[in-house]
Design a protein around this ligand. Structure first.
Ligand code: 13P
Ligand code: SF4
Length: 346
């Protein structure tokens, strides 16, 4: 990015500025517990430049809950979990969407908005789940379990979505699986999400052996040891964790489900068994909650930085393109999920 950084500095005043940082105090107030002032003085010129350019380009920024606080609070027009981002993508009026998240999220926005420009600030922002399965993998599962519907997590490529009957997210996986007419349901690609759903469902759930490199690192032993040392701590897990970890948790939910749970229950101490930015993004809104480490970082989500977002808007790159032969059936699978979620009141 250094050559791009130099180019950007020719067009925008990006020098660290304490004056600007103080002028933008309202924004800083939402992250000052976790972002030191000298860092904010570095971020503020980028935040100001992005917000100006966003208006000039008629763009909106959709950001996942795992974005860093300066993105989440500084430049996002809408933040949420995968389901909320997908639903929001269907309602966007702007002609340009900048997706601050990983590539499959940008693809989902493009699938739902084929005529709009969807920009991803770093095409290398992948996902271990999305890269674990191909459309051929889905076909192999279908051959093994003839007649069973395929429910694919949105953490998949457009090709895999196109090969699936319906998508799901961590916010609706159980309800989507339960709504399938067949007794056997194929879930791809997250083995742990599938096992967690199977534990709560009457269906026989068969699954692909993919996993999230962030959530699979947590172990039940670690969680138990942490609880022993911190009596009263609320342990809140994402369903991409193993069933053993989920069994140790006080609550399990999607990223937005986790944020809502903490905001509603206000535990004195909370351990969010998920990506590190989650706690950072709500720390200032919940000053009475102590958020405990350790947490794990998603290296893919962290590829999205303010500098790359500014470059993306400046150069209008990189635009996500999906062949219509893939986009049309992929859209059907995503739209079925959105429609069913609405009908179920999720
Ligand atoms: P959510 O849908 O819960 O936001 O999860 C997305 C994700 O990638 C979690 O690792
Ligand atoms: Fe993929 Fe895991 Fe990163 Fe989410 S946290 S984007 S599932 S690798």
């Amino acid at each position: 990015m250094s050559d791009k950084g130099a180019l950007l500095r020719e067009h925008y005043d990006l020098a660290p500025s304490l004056d600007l940082a103080c002028e933008m105090q309202d924004t800083y107030d939402r992250m000052k517990r976790v972002v030191p002032l000298p860092d904010w003085a570095i971020h503020a010129p980028y935040v100001a430049a992005i917000n100006r350019l966003k208006r000039e380009r008629g763009a909106v920024i959709l950001a996942h809950n795992y974005m860093t606080p300066e993105i989440y609070h500084g430049i996002a027009d809408f933040v949420g979990d995968s389901l909320q981002l997908a639903v929001r993508a269907t309602e966007v009026e702007a002609e340009v969407i900048v997706q601050c998240g990983v590539h499959f999220m940008a693809e989902t926005s493009k699938i739902l908005n084929p005529a709009k420009t969807v920009l991803i600030p770093d095409t290398e922002a992948g996902c271990s789940l999305a890269s674990s399965i191909t459309a051929e993998g889905v076909a192999a599962m279908r051959a093994q379990y003839p007649g069973a519907p395929v429910v694919s997590y949105v953490n998949t490529t457009a090709e895999v979505k196109a090969a699936s009957d319906i998508c799901c997210t961590s916010a609706n996986a159980l309800q989507i699986v339960d709504a399938m007419e067949s007794d056997t349901v194929i879930m791809t690609p997250d083995q742990y999400l599938a096992q967690n759903v199977a534990n709560a469902s009457t269906k026989k759930v068969v699954f692909w052996p993919g996993s999230c490199i962030v959530h699979e690192l947590y172990t039940a032993e670690d969680i138990r040891a942490y609880r022993d040392g911190h009596p009263g701590v609320a342990i809140i897990a994402h369903p991409e964790c193993t069933p053993e970890v989920v069994a140790e948790a006080d609550f399990t939910g999607s990223t937005s489900g986790i944020l809502d749970w903490v905001a509603r229950n206000r535990p004195a101490e909370a351990m969010l068994v998920t990506e590190c930015s989650m706690a950072s993004n709500i720390a200032d809104a919940l000053p009475d909650v102590a958020f405990s480490k350790p947490c794990n970082i998603c290296p893919y989500m962290k590829k999205i930085t303010l500098e790359k977002v500014l470059w993306s808007l400046h150069s209008m790159t990189t635009s996500v393109e999906i062949d219509a032969a893939v986009a049309v059936p992929a859209r059907a699978a995503v739209q079925r999920m959105i429609d069913l979620s609405r009908r179920l009141g999720l």
